[in-house]
Write a protein that binds this ligand. Structure first.
Ligand code: PPS
Ligand code: MG
Ligand code: MG
Ligand code: MG
Length: 456
């Protein structure tokens, strides 16, 4: 029964919008938008059809109180960091698309686009291109005077005379990605960025972090080794204010549809090519997850393809950590590379705590994502003595796990300290993330009991 017979529009200055089915903006509060009843569409429908217009986009929702898709409007001030979160999620979505394209070309062509840094770790076109793209988007949106970024990559090796091919490829990759900006609700550049603008965007990420003020933390490709091997990797963006991580966004382009496939270490691509129906549109691979400090909620979105059919805003749903607290049923994750974390020490810990499942060895902050999504219960990393953990390898993941209901500390039970500059200063032995306090306590106790007899 149509309840209304005329179009109307009301302007809502500050309102909290919630759609039970798709939480696309429930946690991105609009400062101002229009809500209007579409009487044409409502005729013949048992429910009124309400359209919501925000940021030049219109979302159609029905609005009866008993309906699952109901809109609830309550007056409130815009939530803190909502604009920052929205822009960060869009930027990470775009970065995921960029990385997928580069990974496909890397794996199929092996065309020498993987470089070695001074510490022998790999870096690729994707690392620099994502850094340039995210830096450009944040700066465009918030203004260069308001944006400070600390990120992993610099332009030293890119600017060398013999790197001109590499630099050209980066510029091309960045422009290709930014040309898709409108599909993600952003304005792209009026004309393609030139070489100097791309270099400037990368090198602008020169913040040194610290205990005061606001800065973004970016790991353009976390798990570059996994990326070049055609396996798991993540794009990690966080915002830190006065030493605290206030929001985190993790893009995981290869996060598999089934959690069991996370364990196809190094064989991920093989298994996906066997299992992926080439033309299936329902194939859900990859996600972007995000959270804002203090909200008690973490969210997941599917990846947007950049296709004109699937425009911003995206749908999102809430995620939560696993409720398993019995170690016998819990799964722990750790880095793939033995050089990055002692597998023998964690095997001993697992045995003493009673963790029976095989460890889930996955590249990158996808480990944090797995815990936030409830696909694993524990993450442990014990780097060799002398290695200092960098803030961009943890910031986004920590806030996401905490808001999804989990616990993250160092091995002394202290919160990770993001206020000390580039590194997690004062980190006691290693990082321990758990889905709940009970498992966390057991592991901390086990570390204490076995640390002195370890060779770490
Ligand atoms: N020696 C050593 N010890 C500890 N950690 C190190 C070490 N070397 C590198 N790194 C950092 O680890 C990041 C990747 O961590 P992962 O957990 O993904 O490790 S692994 O690739 O699965 O083995 C990796 O991040 P990316 O460089 O962004 O890939 C590094 O910052
Ligand atoms: Mg990293
Ligand atoms: Mg990296
Ligand atoms: Mg690296």
């Amino acid at each position: 029964m149509p309840l209304f017979c005329a179009n109307f529009a009301i302007r809502v200055p500050h309102a909290l919008i919630h759609s039970r089915r798709s939480n696309f903006i429930s946690n991105h509060v609009a400062s101002s938008f229009l809500l209007f009843l579409d009487s044409k569409k409502s005729i013949g429908s048992s429910k009124p059809i309400v359209s919501l217009s925000k940021f030049n986009q219109t979302h159609h929702c029905s609005s009866t109180m008993e309906d699952q898709n109901q809109l609830v409007l309550t007056s409130s001030e815009p939530e803190k960091y909502s604009k920052e979160l929205e822009v960060a999620v869009r930027a990470v979505q775009m970065a995921c698309l960029l990385c997928q394209r580069v990974q496909d070309s890397l794996v199929s062509q092996t065309n020498g686009q993987v470089q070695s840094k001074d510490d022998n770790s790999p870096v690729t076109i994707a690392d620099w291109s994502v850094q340039a793209t995210v830096s450009w988007i944040l700066t465009e949106y918030f203004g260069s005077e308001n944006v400070s970024i600390i990120a992993e990559e610099d332009v030293r090796s890119l600017s060398k005379a013999d790197s001109s091919g590499l630099l050209e490829a980066v510029v091309k990759t960045v422009n290709k990605c930014l040309s898709k900006a409108p599909q993600f609700g952003h304005e792209g550049p009026i004309k393609d960025l030139g070489t100097s603008e791309v270099l400037e965007a990368i090198s602008r990420c020169n913040s040194t972090g610290g205990p005061t003020g606001r800065f973004w933390v970016l790991d353009p490709v976390d798990g570059t080794l996994g990326f070049v091997r055609g396996d798991q990797y993540a794009i990690a963006l966080a915002l830190i204010e006065d030493g605290e991580v206030v929001l985190g966004v993790l893009g995981c382009p290869n996060y598999p549809m089934k959690k069991e496939w996370l364990s196809y270490q190094n064989g991920y691509r093989r298994i996906m090519s066997k299992l992926t129906p080439p033309t299936s549109e329902s194939w859900e691979k990859g996600c972007v997850i995000y959270a804002r400090r203090g909200s008690g909620k973490a969210w997941i979105q599917p990846l947007l393809s950049g296709d004109k059919k699937f425009l911003w805003p995206n749908s999102a749903r809430q995620i939560q950590v696993s409720s398993i607290d019995n170690p016998a049923f819990a799964t722990f994750c750790e880095p793939v590379e033995k050089a990055n974390s002692s597998h023998s020490f964690t095997a001993g810990l697992a045995h003493s705590v009673g963790l029976r499942n095989q460890p889930l060895r996955v590249y990158s902050m996808v480990k944090y994502a797995a815990i936030a999504r409830g696909h694993a219960e524990v993450f442990m990393k014990f780097a060799r003595a002398g290695y200092k953990e960098k803030i961009w390898d943890h910031a986004a993941g920590v806030v996401i796990i905490q808001e999804a209901g989990g616990v993250v500390t160092d091995a002394g039970g202290q919160p990770l300290d993001f206020s000390g500059g580039t590194y997690l200063e004062g980190l006691d032995r290693g990082v321990i993330a758990c889905s709940g306090a009970k498992l966390h306590e057991k592991i901390i106790r086990a570390v204490d009991a076995s640390w002195n007899s370890s060779s770490l």
